[in-house]
Design a protein around this ligand. Sequence first.
Ligand code: NAD
Length: 489
Amino acid sequence: MAEKELKKIFDSESACTLVSELRKTFNTGKTKSYEWRVSQLKNLQKLIEEHEKEIIEALQTDLAKPEAEIHVGEIGMLKSSLKTALNELRNWMMPEKVKTSMTTFPSSAEILPEPLGVTLVISAWNYPILLSIDPMIGAIAAGNAVVLKPSEVAPASSSFLAKYLGEYMDSSAIRVVEGAIPETTALLEQKWDKIFYTGNGRIGRIVMGAAAKHLTPVALELGGKCPVIVDSVINLQVATRRIIGGKWAFNNGQACVSADYIITTKEFAPKLIDSLKHEIETCFGTNPIESKDISRIINSNHFDRLSKLLDDEKVSGKIVCGGQRDKSCLRIAPTILLDVPEDSLIMNEEIFGPLLPILTVDKIEDSFDIVTSKEKPLAAYLFTNKNKLKDEFVRTISAGGTVINDISLHLAVHTLPFGGVGESGTGSYHGKFSFDAFSHKKAVLYRSFTGDASVRYPPYSNGKVRMLKALINGSILGIILALFKLSKD
Ligand code: NAD
């Protein structure tokens, strides 16, 4: 019998058994203890430290990611998330004391973060290690059991996660299920206490639909078209290098916060394009398609998708830089297109690859209308030295996050929430926001048996109503007057 047939199929029944096993563990209270959470976070640290080489191998197999990018964008980000979680966990778990009102006097109150229960993390292929483990850090820190479903589109990374998370983590509460649509569908049929999904909006809708059946809360980390507005009052070389860093030196544009399109003025566009061409050559050489410092396209489906965007007759004559591609090695050179029509394919879907269209406007302020006419992006960027333009941009453009004078860097600041809005997603994570994403904030009110006022109990009199009104209004004078009148009633 073939090996595949011997392997038990992961179906609804297996998913149901898995969830009930994890729920049994969760119900013992094991995952709630500070010690368990710390031990699992430390296991993750150990796994990453001891298997850095295998992580690099997996990511190079899946995406030919340059090692430097792996150290910064996957391993480095995870180490930093783990360090923050381990340093801050005690504080995060502490109940937050809050004020009470006169209505409940005497009393004290607090907000107690409690784990949601058994949670599901579904991750995407472009940062396959980071996007799997980073949400898990939040789930574990918050005291949940968690099942990870890595992306089948990055198979080497998926196998790495299944093998090593299986070895290092407490399997009574933390599991990995590998697979594609059938396995994910079987998982989504189950009742979860939170689903954390990273990927595109089409599948996001499937996830949300499945979650709705069980009233399960979701975090949807989606994508969109992230605009980059480039004014002329800038340091051109720094801006250009940062655009290149946030586009091609960032998984070759296969990143949710990558620059999707640029808007600049007609007058400034030629200068910007010259600078981009020059710096692209500095970074990737005269034949970037052969550069070792740039990731390849994940697979032939995505290669064909990107080729279709380039072959659209509305844009095929608009290439001003790059355009070379080689399907045999899944490589597409950094490609810039000028003045593509707004109704072209490339301007109507997330590019998620090395193509960068530039739109031009008469005045830079006109760029805001273009951005706001589209769905809310995951990130929006502005390059300028003009304070008025920065203020206007931050106030006018709705996006998951915004960065002035750089690309993507907001996701490295753990005190900032990372997530989308509208079509780019719902919910956020990173730092304490990851802990909050997997916690329920429980209201706790403490009362004693003293100070029991008969005024709240029937039978009601006019005096009692006056007193209740004064209490609810929080008016000391009203209470004194009501007390005075009550004594006379
Ligand atoms: P993908 O193909 O890896 O799919 C994501 C997950 O959905 C996978 O685990 C896959 O198995 C599962 N899936 C696929 N089809 C399914 C179905 N029919 N039912 C249930 N599950 C299914 O990744 P993708 O969607 O190509 O990822 C790219 C998108 O993700 C882009 O839009 C990008 O912007 C977005 N993204 C967002 C973030 C973020 O943090 N906001 C990060 C990375 C990627």
